[in-house]
Design a protein around this ligand. Structure first.
Ligand code: ADP
Ligand code: MG
Length: 209
């Protein structure tokens, strides 16, 4: 299935062509129509199957660039993964001018993050602990959050982040779109989905092509 079958902007389709994304990967073909439709989605797919673009194209399509507020938050288990996600998002956002993407991770100095936050952002990518620290200090506001992504949710649970994720959520409004990506569907993942998501559409893929 081709990206051009989806209701994407001309700029986005052109950019996908430029970066060499010709066909959707299976998880993108399964998940993107529901994401664009505004549904909560729980998705299972292997590493390397293109999950970042699945949620990335969705959130960039929904983003209101003129409204300079944090509209999307992506929680990742590690700084390394957050950096990878931010890199892919910046590539996908090349056609959408002036989109500001910021990473906020533990292990990085706090001071420079304050400086970056004071300039504002549309999309935040980060690890749960550091995001929570900024929320508690009110150096980050998620009042206008429209989309929350839990990337590698199973790994975040394994690393003991579930309490922090719940605390981060208490700073967001109830009505928002929540996407949950995981390599495995455990009971714990299904519990998180039940807690955080509303009538979630479940998509699974087995191949990585
Ligand atoms: P995952 O999060 O599922 O492990 P990634 O989102 O990191 O996988 O994607 C893996 C690789 O596939 C990345 O290098 C990404 O740029 C590439 N990729 C994603 N979607 C496509 C596509 N539709 N066509 C070609 N390459 C893609
Ligand atoms: Mg990934």
């Amino acid at each position: 299935m081709k990206f051009s079958n989806l209701p994407l902007s001309k700029e986005m389709l052109h950019n996908l062509e430029e970066i060499g994304y010709k066909e959707m990967t299976p998880i993108q073909a399964e998940a993107l129509p529901h994401i664009l439709d505004g549904k909560d989605v729980i998705a299972q797919a292997k590493t390397g199957s293109g999950k970042t673009a699945a949620f990335g194209i969705g959130l960039l399509t929904k983003l209101q660039v003129k409204k300079f507020r944090v509209q999307s938050l992506i929680l990742c288990p590690t700084r390394e993964l957050a950096d990878q996600v931010a890199k892919e998002l910046r590539m996908l956002a090349r056609a959408t001018h002036n989109v500001k993407i910021l990473t906020l991770c533990g292990g990085a100095a706090f001071g420079p993050q304050l400086g970056s936050l004071s300039h504002g952002a549309h999309i935040i990518v980060g690890t749960p602990g550091r995001i929570l620290k900024h929320l508690k200090k009110a150096t980050l506001s998620l009042e206008d959050l429209e989309m929350l992504v839990l990337d590698e949710a199973d790994r975040m649970l394994d690393m003991g982040f579930s309490e922090e994720i719940n605390e981060v959520l208490s700073f967001t409004k109830k009505r928002k779109q929540t996407l949950l990506f995981s390599a495995t569907y455990t009971d714990e993942i299904m519990d998180i989905s039940k807690n955080l998501q509303h009538e979630a559409v479940s998509v699974k893929t087995t191949s990585t092509e």
